[in-house]
Write a protein that binds this ligand. Structure first.
Ligand SMILES: Nc1nc2c(c(=O)[nH]1)N[C@H]1C(S)=C(S)[C@@H](COP(=O)(O)OP(=O)(O)OC[C@H]3O[C@@H](n4cnc5c(=O)[nH]c(N)nc54)[C@H](O)[C@@H]3O)O[C@H]1N2
Ligand SMILES: Nc1nc2c(c(=O)[nH]1)N[C@H]1C(S)=C(S)[C@@H](COP(=O)(O)OP(=O)(O)OC[C@H]3O[C@@H](n4cnc5c(=O)[nH]c(N)nc54)[C@H](O)[C@@H]3O)O[C@H]1N2
Ligand code: SF4
Ligand SMILES: [Mo]
Length: 787
């Protein structure tokens, strides 16, 4: 099917799209100030933070009248630039009282997955869970129990799985979110907080937001985006579609989905051929002068010391890279002890020879002059920051390569460890001084630890042999974290026992045999709930109100289960004990921060850290095997990608054999209206974003006889879902979007998660965070539902 691009918004790759919205959008202002209610006998204020996995952790001021939560406002932080809240936070006032709240413990009566339950007592529910877990552990070993949890739960039930010895993977263990970061760690070692804080954008001349819809997925940081933009930082957005972020940036570059690696390779070609790199920087801090052996492709090392060798131009001999007084050659081919070698930089130049800007333009569908100008400005007009998302650059089959190449770009241009520079994850305020704080842990005796995880991604639990028989669900992992939902459902249905803990009847809850109703993060039996460090501050949650209905806090649920399993003595008695243990760490950043201090300071205190933004690697030391930035990875020699190579996406490409049948790339972006599935049922927000809508370019719709608001089916070989269709000029032809997180009940039929590609890149096994789920590497077709 050939589709004219005429109806696709024209600003695209060539133009600059600037809209006039600037400044202060989310800061506390008069419009949110509480109005004192008359005739209220009992009004109190409590401070907490909002925990869902947008990771904003906005600190909140909550007004409770006669026991009822009536208002949520932004709290005042010591650094007022952080005073923030969004619609999702404000509207928790309604969601706390949602009809979807789980009110009592439940026991399944229908088929597993049907969601039919009857109310039972807490005692029966807790005893059943304890008996089942005991039985499973005795008969099949502790690893027959799998603890699976969602993100954004402030107090994870995290001690009991260790006490039991259950399998207890984090979502990072199991293949979400950190694909590009995994690739990044190949180049620079550590891959967390390895860039410059968003508050440093103001010091950049250019920020390239690639595959990140920052202005929806990092709303709490929007003020820093505008601060930089108003000061003159050029904000560039690389995205297939004209996203919300593209609309706020100075330049939008539309890219073919899944081809960021090709763009980066083309940029590297230009930088190497035009010598736009920072030669002093790469000679000292990168592996560029190291020597690649012609015979076995490994790096030449000094016998005995294993030190990497470089060619010293002073002595015309190979010398250890750290030898004093040497002048390392960046380019050239040499013979050392009869072995032919060439420098990494020379090898790299040869490697990227084919990846010209013209080639990159053909692959990415970005005009060649745009690639040229972007590269020149990035390389020569710095400091510049490449900030990628955890969506667009992270969720394709080969996204590790994107992370490697992005980091190499930062390295070549000296933008790593530089004020206003940086390269890495640019959403969720992931980098800050908070990452330097080590909060104290609750001590457990050494004999208690969770079992080794048997598989490497969630999807493998449903596809590979493993010991799991009992499943503990906290939140919505079945629906959210497994690709190929139909396969995941089959697996859950085959298990012996499933227990779910949530405050809402989300999709995963429907698979449970026993449901334990948690309260929301605003409720607790205790005066204090939980503590975290985020955005250079320590944040505390106070109890805002009593648990509603029969619900209990996760803390209390853990305690009561532990009591029945014989482990209660190992747990903290109250959440306050836990919080005090966290604060008791010797971490210097915590100096001066006490529990009492937090209570006296509206539950938010700045860490004892420097005033300036956090910037990684300012010492130019890296945690790689060589201690330098590594542009060449020996562990990938056998995979033929020791230098990163271009590979088409697994499925989301016209070269896929499936493309004839399913010609549309399906993207599943995150949205400002929800955090994943959290808030799917927020009635205040549903007034604006009423139901799932698959967004499609009008030309693609017309070719299928689809009109705006038609009921359509989105389908591929794995499954389907039915929802309304929204004709959208901001959509790139050949790509459709359906935002992730909608509960199944909002689809007329089926579910988005049925469509998601479960295929794993085997190379992932060598990466820091393992293989990963390619949530965006999908092809689908869309058709009108007749009748
Ligand atoms: N198709 C597609 N799927 C995706 C993605 C995608 O891009 N596309 N993105 C993936 C990514 S990056 C992520 S991070 C995951 C996120 O997916 P999840 O980590 O599953 O996040 P949520 O859907 O927000 O689920 C949070 C759950 O916790 C419950 N909850 C909230 N507070 C509490 C509490 O105090 N106690 C208890 N017990 N429960 C509570 C909420 O009601 C909700 O059910 O989704 C992944 N899934
Ligand atoms: N409001 C809100 N905020 C959130 C979340 C949420 O659910 N809601 N979730 C949080 C979590 S856990 C995560 S992981 C992050 C994700 O945050 P982001 O990284 O911003 O993720 P997405 O919104 O999924 O995708 C970002 C953009 O990538 C584009 N894109 C798709 N394919 C490509 C491509 O091949 N190349 C490029 N360059 N762009 C592409 C999409 O069109 C989209 O606009 O958001 C966090 N923040
Ligand atoms: S959802 Fe995120 S940005 Fe919105 S109030 Fe909560 S923490 Fe803040
Ligand atoms: Mo995520």
């Amino acid at each position: 099917m050939s589709i004219s691009r005429r109806n696709f918004i024209k600003v695209g790759a060539l133009g600059a799209a600037t809209l006039g919205v600037t400044g202060g959008l989310f800061s506390a202002d008069k419009w949110l100030r509480p109005v004192a209610a008359e005739n209220v006998s009992d009004e109190k204020t409590a401070y907490t933070f909002h925990p869902p996995n947008c990771s904003g952790r906005c600190s909140l001021k909550c007004t409770v009248r006669e026991g009822k939560l009536v208002k949520i406002e932004p709290n005042e932080w010591p650094d007022s630039r952080h005073d923030s809240i969004c619609l999702r936070g404000i509207s928790e006032v309604e969601r706390v009282y949602s009809p979807d709240r789980l009110k009592t413990p439940l026991k399944r009566v229908g088929e597993r997955g049907e969601g039919k339950f009857v109310a039972i007592s807490w005692d029966e529910a807790l005893q059943t869970v304890a008996d089942k877990f005991k039985e499973s552990k005795e008969n099949y070993g502790a690893k027959s129990i799998l603890w699976a949890y969602s993100t954004g739960i402030p107090y994870g039930i995290s001690l009991l799985p260790k006490l039991l010895g259950a399998q207890f993977p984090t979502m990072f263990d199991l293949g979400t979110d950190l694909t590009s970061s995994s690739g990044q760690s190949m180049v620079m070692g550590t891959a967390s907080s390895n860039t410059n804080e968003v508050t440093d954008y103001v010091n950049s001349n250019m920020v390239i937001l690639s595959g990140s819809n920052f202005m929806e997925t990092s709303l709490n940081d929007a003020a820093f985006f505008y601060e930089a933009k108003e000061k003159g930082t050029k904000m560039v957005c690389i995205d297939p579609i004209f996203s919300t972020t593209a609309a706020k940036c100075d330049q939008w570059i539309s890219i073919r989905p899944g081809t960021d690696s090709a763009l980066f390779l083309g940029m590297i070609h230009l930088i190497l051929n035009n010598k736009w790199y920072d030669s002093e920087y790469i000679a000292s801090y990168s592996s560029s002068p190291f020597l690649i052996r012609e015979d076995n492709k490994s790096l030449l090392q000094q016998e005995g010391t294993k030190k990497y060798l470089v060619w010293d131009q002073n002595s015309n001999s190979a010398q250890p890279a750290d030898a004093p007084g040497i002048l390392p050659a960046l380019e050239g081919e040499y013979t050392v002890n009869g072995i032919q070698v060439k420098t990494v930089l020379t090898g790299f130049m040869e490697h990227v020879e084919e990846y010209t800007a013209k080639w990159a333009s053909e692959v990415t569908e970005i005009p060649e002059p745009v690639i040229y100008e972007l590269t020149k400005e990035y390389a020569l007009g710095g400091p510049a920051n490449i900030a990628w998302g955890q969506g667009g650059t992270d969720k394709y089959y080969h996204s590790d390569t994107t992370g490697r190449l992005g980091t190499i770009l930062g390295g070549l241009t000296g933008n790593i460890g530089r004020i206003g520079g940086g390269v890495g994850q640019g959403v969720k305020h992931a980098t800050s001084w908070s990452s330097t704080v080590k909060l104290g842990a609750w001590p457990l005796p050494p004999e208690f630890s969770s079992a080794k995880i048997e598989v490497s991604t969630f999807s493998e639990f449903s596809t590979k042999p493993n010991s799991v028989r009992c499943l503990f669900l906290q939140g919505n992992p079945i629906h959210q974290l497994f690709p190929n939902y139909n396969q995941a459902k089959k697996w859950v249905k085959s298990l012996e026992f499933v227990v779910a803990v949530d405050n809402m009847q989300c999709d995963s809850v429907n698979f449970a045999d026993i449901v334990l109703p948690a309260c929301t993060p605003f409720e607790s039996e205790y005066d204090t709930a939980y503590l975290e460090s985020k955005r250079n501050h320590i944040l505390l949650q106070q109890k805002v109100m009593e648990p509603l209905f029969e619900s209990k806090s996760d803390f209390q649920i853990e305690k009561e289960l532990a009591k029945r399993l014989g482990y209660e003595a190992y747990l903290p008695k109250t959440p306050e004990d836990y919080v005090r243990a966290q604060l008791s760490s010797p971490s210097p950043a915590l100096k001066g921060i006490t529990f009492e201090g937090l209570l006296a300071n509206r539950c938010v205190m700045r860490l004892n850290v420097p005033d300036e933004p956090y910037r990684s690697n300012m010492d130019h030391k890296f945690t790689t095997p060589s201690g330098r930035l590594e542009f060449y990875n020996e562990i990938f020699i056998e995979d033929n990608c020791a230098f990163p190579v271009w590979e088409e996406p697994d499925e989301a490409t016209p070269s896929s054999p499936l493309h004839q049948k399913y010609p549309l790339v399906l993207g599943t972006p995150h949205t400002r209206f929800r955090v994943h599935s959290t808030g799917s049922n927020a009635r205040w927000i549903l007034q604006i974003d009423e139901e799932p809508r698959v967004r499609i370019n009008p030309a693609d719709a017309a070719a299928r006889g689809i009109k705006n608001n038609d009921l359509v089916e989105v389908f591929n070989d794995r499954g389907s879902c039915q929802c309304k269709c929204q004709l959208a000029n901001d959509m790139r032809p050949g790509m459709v979007h359906l935002s992730e997180g909608w509960w199944s009940r909002y689809f007329k039929k089926g579910d988005l998660q049925e469509l998601i590609n479960p295929k794993l890149n085997p190379r992932g096994k060598k990466l820091k965070f393992g293989p990963f789920i390619a949530y965006l590497d999908n092809l689908v077709e869309v058709k009108k539902v007749e009748g």
